[in-house]
Design a binder for this molecule. Structure first.
Ligand SMILES: O=C(O)c1ccccc1NCC(=O)[C@H](O)[C@H](O)COP(=O)(O)O
Length: 268
């Protein structure tokens, strides 16, 4: 797939436009004040960083039903059951895709997974407002994704600060050199290198090895997308990843617990 001409919206632009429309509907039903009140009923956020720093390879296992690049992946009628399998396999964190239109996810999935497992949970979505961060925390998330490519100017800084105020650990996602420099300058502790080009949706497994040397050693690097099994995990661990984020390969095969276990604990 080739990149669209400069004037045409990218897949990322289209996804964010849909996310904002869906957000209007939720905002009309639930005020920010209601969400703030709901924070009183959730557990204190779980900190995934000690595990990421201390363990050999950590797995962030994703609940992912479908995607713009691959279409339908798996039904996942019971995301809580899948999350229990991930946790039993040793997942260091679980990523729940909550975007509705392109990934068939929801905040309801996040709440169901929260009720089922005690591992840190990542709200994986296209977060461009403070409201979505509040929603994430109120639904029990411990981490939130911020994608540098979708947050121009100081919006990234403002959302990063707000997420930290809420006690969320932020996974700051990058795709190229400029975004990596931006994440480092922001002070991001946890940086995800996504091998999927969000303009073309093609996965380039060499992206991680190219960008990892730009990140100081005190930050934690996560390799994301296109990871099929332990051989891929070992490659990224050798290139400096402390964690991998895996969706498709886990939801498409029948033994997610064993698949997570096989990717966990690989050393350099
Ligand atoms: O997965 C996609 O097609 C996609 C398209 C556009 C924006 C984001 C997309 N995916 C989100 C992710 O980052 C992945 O779900 C995650 O890295 C896991 O990837 P995989 O193991 O390849 O399912």
């Amino acid at each position: 797939m080739s990149a669209p001409p400069a004037s045409q919206p990218t897949v990322l632009d289209e996804i964010v436009a849909g996310v904002l429309e869906d957000l209007d509907v939720r905002r009309a039903a639930t005020s920010e004040a209601d969400l703030r009140a709901a924070l009183a009923d959730v557990d204190a956020p779980r900190d995934p960083m000690p595990h990421f720093r201390d363990a050999a390879s950590s797995v962030i296992a994703e609940v992912k039903r479908k995607s713009p690049s691959k279409g339908e992946l798996a039904d996942i009628p019971d995301p809580a059951a899948l999350a229990r399998e991930y946790a039993a396999g040793g997942a260091a964190a679980i990523s729940v895709l909550t975007e509705q239109r392109r990934f068939s996810g929801s905040l309801e999935d996040l709440r169901a997974v929260r009720a089922a497992v005690d591992v840190p949970l990542l709200r994986k979505d296209f977060i461009v407002t403070r409201y979505q961060l509040l929603e994430a925390r109120a639904a029990g998330a411990d981490l939130a994704l911020l994608i540098v490519a979708s947050l121009p100017g100081d919006l990234l800084d403002r959302l990063h600060d707000y997420a930290r105020e809420l006690g969320l650990t932020v996974l700051v996602e990058v795709h190229d050199e400029a975004e990596t420099e931006r994440a480092v300058e922001l002070g991001a502790e946890l940086i995800g290198v996504n091998a999927r080009n969000l303009k073309t949706l093609a996965v380039d497994p060499d992206t991680f090895g190219r960008l990892a040397p730009l990140v100081p050693a005190d930050r934690v690097l996560v390799a994301e997308s296109g990871i099929a099994g332990p051989t891929d995990v070992q490659r990224f661990v050798d290139e400096g990843a402390r964690a991998v984020l895996v969706g498709e390969a886990l939801v498409k095969q029948g033994a997610p617990r064993d698949a997570v276990a096989a990717m966990t604990g690989l050393t350099r």
